[in-house]
Design a protein around this ligand. Structure first.
Ligand SMILES: N[C@@H](CCC(=O)N[C@@H](CS)C(=O)NCC(=O)O)C(=O)O
Length: 337
């Protein structure tokens, strides 16, 4: 997979911070895409139309292939040739590649991004909206969605952990005056992975505890954030106006496209495949295990590799699509019915 003549469509909503990761990646790589704007809370009939049950945002399609989760989306997009005016750099040395992966794990899996979300929620208007709270409680699979008193009780530790994140960047990677985290000429995926929650914290007035985390205390981090923001914005400007499709138009475009990727295989040496006795063509369910876990995609198993599980699902009009999810943070199981 080196280039894509197939249409790229991003389903997202403007305020979604995870979507910013993908928008910035596409822009920095110079890849033009079309957008299908979604409501901030469920239901999302535009995605149901494609046969997608997954409820998280964003979702990206290339041709008739549908990709879930920003980490998987970006790793698939990284296989495409860059477009015009690309400003993105690529991790090439073993150290850069390792660092990029570790930065992603640090931000997501260590709980740092969750702490940043907690600070933001304390200043989010959505927290006053019962419909939003109800929707996000379902998103957390019924676990109580951060009642204000719980957020307040966690605040000292939350601030300490977020401050640690700023300190880590200021005193390690950025301390030698480099422009980008991996020491490359332009921003890499490593920069995107660290920048999206920190810039989100900046966008919500009052969310950053200024007494502990300020430009005076972390000048290099703030300069890097500014540099990232303006480079990403220049890249977005270079892409020009993006076409916005209605759900109907997007589905028509996607369902009349060819698949972007060739049919895959089920790796019989894979431990999960052996454990669950998975077979190509078998009906399975696939879902994320951390958030939005009530929403399970259903389809015939196309492929299981070290990196992903792919199923073939039925769109509402009976057309077929392939849904791709990464292995980390997703489960797949035979469907008994
Ligand atoms: N691990 C997922 C997380 C995505 C995520 O949590 N997205 C948020 C929006 S920024 C979401 O889906 N919130 C619930 C919703 O919008 O329904 C990813 O990287 O794509």
């Amino acid at each position: 997979m080196t280039s894509s003549e197939k249409p790229i469509v991003l389903y997202y909503y403007e305020l979604s911070p995870y979507s910013k990761k993908v928008v910035w990646y596409l822009a920095l790589k110079g890849l033009k895409f079309q957008q299908c704007i979604q409501p901030r809370i469920m239901p999302r009939p535009d995605l149901s139309r494609l046969g997608v049950k997954y409820r998280r945002i964003p979702v990206l399609t290339i041709g008739r292939d549908i990709y879930l989760d920003t980490r998987h989306i970006i790793s698939k997009l990284s296989e495409l040739e860059p477009g015009k005016n690309a400003r993105l750099s690529v991790a090439t040395t073993p150290e850069q590649k390792a660092l990029q992966r570790l930065l992603q794990a640090y931000m997501i899996d260590s709980g740092l991004s969750r702490c940043i979300v907690q600070l933001i929620l304390q200043k989010t208007r959505g927290m006053m909206d019962p419909e939003f709270i109800k929707d996000r409680t379902e998103f957390m699979s019924g676990a109580s969605f951060f009642p204000p008193e719980a957020l307040e009780a966690m605040r000292p530790d939350t601030i300490r952990r977020v401050k640690d994140g700023f300190e880590f960047l200021e005193q390690t990677l950025l301390c030698d005056g480099r422009e980008w985290l991996l020491g490359t000429a332009g921003p890499t995926i490593g920069d995107i992975e660290m920048a999206w929650p920190l810039l989100w914290l900046e966008r919500v007035p009052g969310a950053r505890p200024e007494e502990c985390i300020s430009e005076a205390k972390f000048p290099k981090v703030f300069a890097w954030m500014e540099r990232f923001k303006s480079t990403a914005q220049k890249s977005l400007d270079d892409l020009g106006e993006l076409a916005t499709l209605s759900g109907e138009e997007a589905a028509k475009l996607i369902l009349s496209s060819d698949y972007h990727e060739a049919d895959g295989h089920v790796d019989e040496a894979d431990v999960l495949v052996q454990h669950q006795k998975l077979k190509k063509g078998q009906l399975v369910r696939m879902w994320p295990t951390d958030t939005g876990s009530n929403h399970k995609d259903l389809g015939e198993l196309v492929s299981v590799t070290d990196k992903e599980v792919v199923i073939e699902a039925k769109a509402e009009d009976g057309g077929l699509v392939r849904i791709h999810a990464q292995r980390h943070g997703f489960a797949v199981a035979p469907c008994e019915e």
